[in-house]
Design a protein. Sequence first.
Length: 151
Amino acid sequence: MKEKTLVLIKPGAVQRELIGEIMTRFERKGIKIVGLKMMEMTAHLVKLHYAHLINEPFFNDLQSFMMSTPVVAIALEGAGIVKRVRDLTGVTNPREARPGTIRGDFSISVRNNVVHASANLEEALIELQRFFSEDELFNYNRMNVIDYSDE
């Protein structure tokens, strides 16, 4: 079954010009991009997306950070996509993230961990609706590409 998930390339990665490098990591693993856009997060959107952190003492700094530059929202599709993407991004804390993962290679701190990736399929569905409308997600067949996503 084809599943979808969300990745956000955060302001720190945008500022450091890592957008292409991060997207390439997913493409090189044969993961299909079905939605892509650069956008500015509003205070309302940050509060929705990080509702589980709203009472933390660092929330205002997080909100300012997420609104400091545009983010890049990416919708990815494939079998077992949430786990595959989480494996590629690595754990949230960059000190614990393995080399070769996106966070292990590019993150500077927990606050500046360069990407957000949905934690599970239920969260992915909610987050995709938060960042993409139906007409912004595409269903297409890749030409001349072997699709290993079902293995």
